[in-house]
Design a protein around this ligand. Structure first.
Ligand code: CA
Length: 720
């Protein structure tokens, strides 16, 4: 039961919040360095050739987000293998100094490791020792936390010609000198007056830096932009959904898309379709594939009441990287109303299908189907469910469209649907283990209760999903609850093996030529499995829950495996499901780097068992109930359902007593802004604050009662 409540919440949260609206022209890039900011740029490494040939010329490096342009996350390194992986030990540890979620893929080039952390900080380390070479903090205003659906995370940087490129939570794209960490240029890629954020990693293609954004849960218009890597000038921008049809469309593709939006005034809220994570380049076909997110608001009834597919929501788009021209599109979820984003990581590969060698694109988006497309044309080759799917019966192979199940198009009545809005798979990268031909997916089973909010009205800057968040966070959803590492045969479209995990929310995946698959888990471990069978060959404590993917690299003949450990992301905030080891203990963020025979020890922290002091509860039931509703509208996404925290930010039941007297200052004046707690002055009234306090104190009292029952001697507990 408790599990179900969490689930719902989780889905709600991370599922939804990541999208964006792209409005207005961006300002020109600001040089922040010496006038000759391009000095040495053209000759520095890694260049286009290195990025393109990384698979063969840089076997010991990790040059780009998915290691190579195909983003298979497969490394040819094999010193660490099935026979010796049990001898892995910590080589070094880098303390990130953060306590929020860590989702990034580090990059390694020429003996230097480049990583990113919470609040978009960037760091460069000696990859052999972990010694910090430089650290850059872009000073993201903490108030941005109010516009973030799923934690203040960053998924990584891009490396190109001696520069490190990073998108910041407040919508900037910054070029840093890779040697010094000094900024070279920065540009605001979003309209700061709208709730845009950036959590995804940039990619560099043919001299251009590509960056998307997030915000569709709050209400934005999605787009992807290309900036000149040298100067920071905007080269092109592709909007993924049409704006006001009474104004000229930005591209012919949008004129075509507008015919699939019917009625409504979606452009006022934004329409959604944000490109918040996946972007993959195919140099052979000269195509850039980007995944787009859900609508703003989530429910088609509210944004396009006349129906329609609402292009290009929840789609895979193939664009020309030089111009941003749309070449083809495949929409995974026409008319999406479930936050079934198609932003999940994509992998390019060559597969033999039906006796023919095909150049394919593979994706396991949130909607639960595993897609194999011909990436030259966008033709659907196959789509089968990789987790339990109840919203659609199947994907029709002739039309390429899902066949909806009864009840999928929910209204005000609560409807349990699988997958929930967190998806069968979220942003955590999957990998393609080339030697076995298996795609390794960090998969989840979590249903969710969907219901349309009959009182929906657009509140600029706030959450605008259009669903009933109280239903989503407190009712019981149908279906399973759990996470697992899934080995999927993409040709036969069937499961080969799975390893169950205790929690649904786990780390991304790495495959290696050592016959191995590596993954960190939500139960605070780092593990390795035999790729052919899923046999667990190695497991070690990670200190906190892991959501980031591991990488591997080689220096001086030694292979290393490295990953960020920092529990976080949407599920972590909203699930009330912390890893045991990090419960209210501070969630120390670390980069953990392993090698064979490594002997470093992980510091151990013990979380103090909290026993709240008594605070008299004087509020009447009506006020507590009002607080419950306010809480589950405004607070639940970060502080968890029923005020049960997920382990990364303060559990509101366990505050020091004086904190409860400071709610006005905290909520209305931003007294804890520097710690990442935004002000809600724009949305809450004084009486809401009183109600929230009453509700949270009631929850604190319930925790006290539960804890004293736990600590009571067994004899007295059973005395009567
Ligand atoms: Ca979303």
């Amino acid at each position: 039961m408790a599990n179900r409540v969490r689930i719902l919440f989780a889905l709600l949260v991370f599922a939804g919040f990541v999208s964006g609206c792209g409005c207005g022209d961006s300002d020109p890039a600001t040089p922040v360095d010496a006038p000759d900011s391009t000095s040495g740029f053209m000759s520095a490494q890694p260049d286009d050739v290195a990025l393109r040939e990384a698979a063969t010329t840089h076997p010991g490096d990790w040059l780009s987000y998915g290691r190579t342009y195909s983003e298979q996350r497969y490394s040819p390194l094999s010193q660490i293998d099935e026979g010796n992986v049990a001898e892995l030990g910590l080589a070094w540890i880098y303390e990130t100094g953060t306590i929020r979620g860590l989702e990034a893929t580090p990059l390694v080039h020429d003996g230097v490791l480049y990583g990113t952390g919470s609040w978009s900080i960037v760091f460069a380390l000696d990859a052999k020792t972990g010694h910090e070479l430089w650290r850059y903090d872009p000073q993201v205003p903490r108030s941005v936390a109010a516009s973030v659906c799923c934690d203040v995370v960053n998924r990584g940087a891009a490396l190109y010609r001696g520069r490190v490129y990073v998108g910041t939570l407040d919508g900037r794209l910054i070029a840093l000198d890779a040697k010094s960490g000094e900024p070279v240029w920065e540009v605001q890629t979003t309209d700061p007056s709208r709730p845009y954020t950036i959590t995804g990693a940039p990619r560099v293609v043919k001299g251009k830096v590509l960056i998307g954004n997030s915000g569709a849960e709050l209400g934005v218009r999605g787009y992807v932009s290309a900036y000149d890597a040298s100067s920071g000038e905007l080269v092109w921008r592709f909007y993924t959904v049409p704006g006001n049809p009474e104004e000229p469309f930005e591209s012919p593709a949008l004129a075509r898309a507008a015919a699939t939006w019917k009625g409504g005034r979606w452009w006022e809220i934004g329409g959604g379709g944000t490109v918040w994570d996946s972007m993959v380049f195919d140099p052979d076909l000269d195509l850039l594939y980007v995944g787009t997110g859900n609508g703003s608001p989530w429910i088609r009834t509210l944004r396009s009441p006349g129906g329609g597919d609402n292009l290009y929501l929840s789609s895979i788009l193939a664009l020309r990287p030089d111009t941003g021209e749309l070449v083809w599109h495949y929409q995974t979820t026409p008319g999406d109303s479930w936050d079934y984003t198609a932003t999940q990581p994509m992998i390019l590969a060559e597969l033999e299908i039906g006796g023919r060698q095909r150049r394919v694109l593979m994706q396991a988006p949130k909607n639960g189907f595993f897609y194999v497309l011909d990436r030259e044309t966008g033709e659907l080759l196959s789509a089968e469910p990789y987790v339990t799917v109840t919203w659609a019966k199947r994907v029709d192979p002739e039309t390429g469209r899902p066949v909806l199940a009864e009840g999928a198009l929910y209204g005000e009545a609560t409807q349990d649907i699988l997958p929930g809005a967190s998806g069968g798979h979220n942003w955590q990268p999957m990998s393609f283990h080339r030697d076995t031909g298996l795609v390794m997916i960090p998969a989840m089973e979590m249903g969710m209760a969907f219901a349309l909010d009959p009182d929906f009205r657009y509140r600029p800057g706030a959450s605008n999903m259009g669903i009933d968040t109280i239903v989503a966070s407190t009712s019981i959803a149908a279906g399973g609850f759990g996470g697992f590492l899934l080995a999927w045969d993409p040709v036969a479209q069937r499961e080969v093996w799975r390893v169950p995990h205790r929690r649904p929310w786990n780390g991304g995946v790495l495959s290696t030529a050592g016959g191995l698959v590596f993954q960190g888990t939500g139960q605070a471990t780092f593990e390795a499995f035999r790729a052919a069978t899923g046999e667990r060959l190695f497991s070690t404590p990670a200190g906190t829950g892991v959501v980031a993917p591991p990488i591997t690299y080689e220096i001086d003949g030694e292979q290393y495996v490295s990953l960020l450990a920092g529990w976080g992301g949407g599920y972590a905030l909203a699930s009330a499901d912390p890893p045991d080891e990090t419960l209210a203990s501070g969630n120390h963020g670390r980069l953990l780097t392993f090698k064979l025979g490594g002997e470093r020890k992980l510091p151990t922290e013990s979380a103090p068992k909290f026993s709240p002091e008594a605070i008299p509860v004087t509020a009447d039931a009506a006020l507590v109930k009002a607080g419950f509703e306010t809480y589950h509208t405004w607070c639940v996404a970060c502080h968890g359902p029923s005020a049960i925290g997920g382990g990364t930010i303060p559990d509101l039941r366990m505050l020091t007593p004086t904190r409860y007297t400071q709610f006005e200052e905290i909520l209305m004046e931003g007294a804890l802004l520097e710690r990442g707690m935004p002000s809600f002055e724009k949305w809450l009234k004084e009486e809401d604050v009183d109600a929230l306090r009453a509700y949270v104190l009631e929850r604190r009292q319930a925790l006290r009662v539960a804890r004293s029952a736990e600590s009571a001697p067994a004899s007295s507990a059973t005395a009567n």
